[in-house]
Design a protein around this ligand. Structure first.
Ligand code: FEO
Length: 168
């Protein structure tokens, strides 16, 4: 495995694990607010992010690279309200998308077609992740300060189930 790609993939798997940590922190913020649907949604998102990190670990190992785990940054722990937390989630996904795009550029520069093909799954996944967070932000904006609206969206997010196949 090209050393520059190996280092960049190691950095990125840390970013995915940090995403997991951030969403776990948001999940616990919502637990403290008794918003159990949002707690559920964020906890499942944290699980997905960990699975994303594992995909990078498996790929590096399959390509005879070396996985070097790094320190995971402490996540933010408090938010003003649900809207601010989900807005942070959307902004974070946009940041991850830009990191994935840079990895694709790097893989292309080195003509690493296996890495490019691997990364394509993440390119598509980021479209879904940004859209999912944006949809919740839009609804929370519409709801504003109305408690009934907040209860309704919390009940809706309680319905999120774990994904059966981590490739989806
Ligand atoms: Fe794995 Fe939400 O980026």
């Amino acid at each position: 495995m090209n050393k520059e790609i190996e280092a960049a993939f190691n950095d990125h798997l840390n970013a995915e694990l940090h995403s997991s940590y951030l969403y776990l922190s948001m999940s616990n913020y919502f637990a403290a607010q008794s918003l159990s649907g949002m707690e559920n949604w964020m906890r499942l998102q944290a699980d997905e992010e960990r699975a994303h990190g594992m995909k990078f670990i498996d790929f590096i190992n399959e390509r005879n690279g070396r996985v070097i785990l790094q320190q995971i940054d402490t996540p933010k722990v408090e938010w003003k309200n649900a809207l601010e937390a989900f807005q942070d989630s959307y902004d974070h996904e946009c940041l991850i998308s830009s990191k994935i795009d840079k990895l694709v550029d790097l893989a292309t520069k080195h003509s690493d077609h296996a890495a490019t093909a691997f990364l394509q799954w993440f390119v598509n996944e980021q479209v879904e992740e940004e859209a999912a967070a944006q949809a919740i932000v839009d609804k929370l904006r519409m709801i504003g300060d109305q408690p009934m609206g907040l209860f309704m969206i919390d009940a809706q997010l309680a319905g999120r189930k774990p994904e059966e196949d981590s490739n989806e």
